[in-house]
Design a protein around this ligand. Structure first.
Ligand SMILES: NC(=O)C1=CN([C@@H]2O[C@H](COP(=O)(O)OP(=O)(O)OC[C@H]3O[C@@H](n4cnc5c(N)ncnc54)[C@H](OP(=O)(O)O)[C@@H]3O)[C@@H](O)[C@H]2O)C=CC1
Ligand SMILES: CC(=O)[C@@H](O)[C@H](O)COP(=O)(O)O
Ligand SMILES: [Mn+2]
Length: 386
């Protein structure tokens, strides 16, 4: 029986993780849950799962959380509130901490989980991207981070086919998003509602928007570099609209191992919780008796420059990846608030990254990384305000 803490339990990843746990009560016991501000959803989950503790990030919602717990019949559950609450839960030593929070705010919880010796089931790619070397230095043993991001789970599964020395390249697949095939000129007028229509996955607002701009793929290339220690020049991106192949590993003998399955997150989440074992019947496999075509096409870097920019910031390292991510988080909000257009998102991120070259930050401490994150947010707000 593994004890599990789920951070971001009310979100897309979190609720699917609870589905996996529900179906395997003999394998998992949920210790603790955290959310941003959804106290009602959190209290309902806490009551159902019989957890020990819950946390919300919004300090102003402490009393609401206690009331919601009492109303749900879970008054005895420890209730934490405030910006450090998820970090406190993450450091309490569950066997597995699933980080399903969105954004760089997930960095401290990621570090706390690793510091406590828990397995970190990592959906929150932003924490690894922004904290790269700090997160890697916090790892206490090989395999302590289990990727939940579907592409990286696919790579981890494929890597079981050979030794590290036998790996030649990683091939990360991309859906291409809802605007695949459009030119830069056509992209100027797309709307937030259109950007939220991901072709295959139902996910939170930030990652769905990032899939549309291809910033998600940029973050994933950096994530792959940091997780698997493969140089950027040996990480390819290929557009595969059906997302049945979740990514691939090419080996030195010319063989490529791909992981395939329907475009759903249940298998990566379940593997995150149970690694290295597989659980029975997590998802419905591909039906190979039905005719189907899978397409593969190159990425259009001119219409979607986010991956090229991510490679640049990844190579530059230091605080550049944190700046890329933080500027993007600001721009996603600004786009949805009607303050900027779609192509302004990556253009603004590029301008902020460019400005960072003359004011580089300190990536050797968490406070240094978070200072660069704050600097990039301020700079992005200034660019957005014109
Ligand atoms: N969804 C997916 O299929 C995939 C997601 N990922 C990654 O997983 C992460 C989560 O994505 P997703 O589930 O889609 O996002 P959602 O927006 O659906 O969920 C985010 C979760 O984080 C909580 N949260 C928000 N702000 C804070 C905060 N300041 N402190 C603590 N918790 C907070 C939310 O709580 P509340 O509900 O109260 O706002 C919610 O529980 C992201 O990093 C994403 O890139 C990776 C691969 C696939
Ligand atoms: C499910 C998952 O891992 C997401 O990151 C998803 O893959 C997004 O797909 P694209 O970014 O390729 O559209
Ligand atoms: Mn992904």
């Amino acid at each position: 029986m593994r004890s599990v803490t789920i951070l971001g339990s009310t979100g897309s990843i979190g609720t699917q993780a609870i589905d996996v746990v529900r179906r395997h009560p003999d394998r998992f016991r949920v210790d603790a849950l955290s959310a941003g501000g959804d106290v009602a959803g959190l209290a309902k989950q806490a009551a159902e799962l019989g957890v020990r503790a819950v946390a919300v990030a919004d300090a102003a919602r402490r009393d609401d959380l206690r009331e919601a717990l009492a109303a749900a019949g879970a008054a005895g559950v420890e209730a934490l509130a405030g910006p450090d609450a998820a970090t406190e839960l993450a450091g309490q030593g569950s066997d597995v901490v699933l980080n399903g929070i969105t954004g760089s705010v997930g960095l401290r919880p990621t570090l706390a989980a690793l510091g406590a010796g828990s397995v970190l089931a990592l959906a929150n790619k932003e924490s690894l991207v922004v904290g790269g070397p700090l997160v890697r230095a916090a790892v206490r043993r090989p395999g302590q981070i289990v990727p939940v991001d579907s592409e990286h789970s696919a790579i981890a599964q494929s890597l079981r086919s050979g030794t590290t020395a036998e790996v030649r390249r990683l091939v990360v697949t991309a859906s291409g998003g809802p605007f695949r095939g459009m030119s830069r000129a056509e992209l100027r007028d797309v709307t937030p509602a259109q950007a939220l229509r991901h072709p295959n996955f139902s996910m939170g607002r930030v990652i769905t928007t990032n899939s549309a701009t291809l910033v998600n793929k940029g973050l994933e290339v950096i994530e792959a570099h940091l997780l698997f220690d493969v140089p950027f020049t040996a990480i390819d991106v290929v557009v595969h609209p059906q997302q049945m192949i979740h990514s691939m590993v090419e080996f030195v003998d010319g063989s490529t191992i791909a992981q395939a399955g329907p475009p759903r997150m249940l298998v990566p989440i379940a593997l995150g919780l149970s690694w290295p074992e597989r659980l029975d019947g997590v998802d419905v496999p591909i039906d190979w008796t039905r005719a189907a075509s899978w397409e593969f096409e190159p990425l259009d870097d001119d219409a979607f420059p986010a991956v090229r920019l991510a490679r640049q910031v990844g190579e530059a390292a230091g605080t550049f990846p944190a700046v890329y991510n933080a500027a993007n988080e600001v721009c996603v909000d600004a786009f949805h608030d009607g303050e900027i257009g779609f192509t302004d998102i990556v253009d603004t991120v590029a301008a902020v990254v460019d400005a960072h070259a003359s004011e580089p930050g300190d990536a050797s401490s968490v406070s240094g990384v978070l200072a660069a994150d704050a600097w990039a947010r301020a700079r992005a707000h200034a660019v957005v305000a014109g």
